[in-house]
Design a protein around this ligand. Structure first.
Ligand code: DAH
Length: 339
């Protein structure tokens, strides 16, 4: 029996030793130490031996089992380590590779200028009001003293939804809404989109942005208008800027003016930016027409006011010396990332 056990031990240990993977190792364990394994059979057999042979054979078989189990455990941990090592090699992470950078957006230049404008006027005590972009003709034209037949109402300039509804051509419509809703004293600004039937080119777009301003109170003078606009533009562009008021006509103001700013680039001596003029046209303004006040139920004998409307695109283009308006709408990242 000893010979049989020795021979079995040799085969068992070599099966463990040569197992190439965990599956083969487990097969070896089952073959020798499983329920029907060869070594299990021997261990059972030793119990049936005559009493004098039993201790020696039993001890031998048990020591073979112990040796087999130790070899099995050692081989198992060797195979496991090899597996982990292999995994580490194949799944290695290169921590020196740069990460995936998330692109963070930035404010659009039009919004940068608009935010600044709001801040300046809010600091002067104005509140913000908004009106609809699809607007009734009476707010865009009639109540602003712009009667039927006025060129601004021409089909060529205005997008008509129906006879009484248009895409507003100016934020001035919000003046009327503000005067209908609030009692004087009123000091509001109203930024927003406006629409005109213009071909898009370097200086025109069918959609653009304006900001309307309106003040109504007792004893308002043209001097208040001048002072307000001067304060605004100096805060926006610095103390060096100069304003020039030119007489003009708007149906809803009397007197009316257009305001030019001294050229930022040349300071007024003339350059390509201001087309040699030294001045750049900036906005329209004036004293609110008495008829507009009374259209809104405000007594022009008691109250007066001033109003202005400024193009946000114009301020933005000048401020950043952008020579083509289309750049503001194309959403080209190479352009937008500069702000
Ligand atoms: N609505 C004018 C425009 O679109 C700008 C304007 C001029 C607004 C005079 C006013 C104003 O409030 O008083 O060109």
């Amino acid at each position: 029996m000893k010979q049989q056990i020795d021979e079995l031990k040799k085969r068992a240990l070599s099966a463990v030793e040569s197992a190439p993977d965990r599956k083969a190792l487990e097969e070896a364990r089952v073959a020798f130490l499983g329920k029907k394994g060869e070594l299990t059979a021997i261990l059972k057999q030793t119990g049936t031996l005559p009493a004098e042979e039993r201790p020696v054979a039993g001890q031998l078989a048990n020591s073979v089992r112990a040796e087999f189990e130790a070899a099995f455990a050692a081989k198992l941990s060797a195979l496991e380590s090899a597996e982990i090592e292999k995994k580490l090699q194949t799944e290695r992470i290169d921590i020196t590779l740069p990460g995936v950078r998330r692109k963070i957006g930035s404010r659009h230049p039009l919004n940068i200028v608009l935010d600044e404008l709001k801040e300046i006027f809010i600091s002067m005590g104005y509140t913000m009001v908004y009106g609809p972009e699809v607007e009734e003709t009476r707010y865009v034209f009639d109540m602003l003293n712009t009667s039927e037949g006025h060129p601004a109402r021409d089909e060529q300039d205005t997008f008509y939804i129906d006879d009484e509804t248009v895409l507003r051509t100016q934020t001035s419509s919000v003046q009327i809404r503000a005067m209908l809703e609030q009692k004087p004293p009123i000091a509001v600004i109203s930024p927003g989109r406006v629409y005109r039937r213009d071909e898009a080119d370097a200086t025109h777009s069918p959609i653009f942005h304006q900001c309307e301003g309106l003040v109504v109170d007792k004893g308002i003078t043209f001097g208040d208008l001048k002072g307000t606009l001067e304060t605004f533009f100096k805060r926006l562009y610095g103390d060096g800027i100069r304003l020039r008021f030119r007489p003009h006509h708007f149906p809803y103001t009397e007197p009316s003016a257009e305001v030019d700013l001294s050229c930022f680039k040349c300071g007024g001596s003339g350059c390509p930016l201001c087309k040699g003029e030294g001045w750049i046209e900036m906005l329209g303004c004036g004293m609110v027409h008495p008829r507009v006040l009374s259209n809104c139920g405000i007594d022009p004998e008691e109250y007066g006011g001033f109003a202005f409307g400024v193009g946000i695109e114009r301020i933005t283009l000048m401020r950043y010396e952008i020579d083509n308006m289309r750049l503001l709408y194309e959403n080209d990242m190479r352009f937008l990332r500069q702000f």
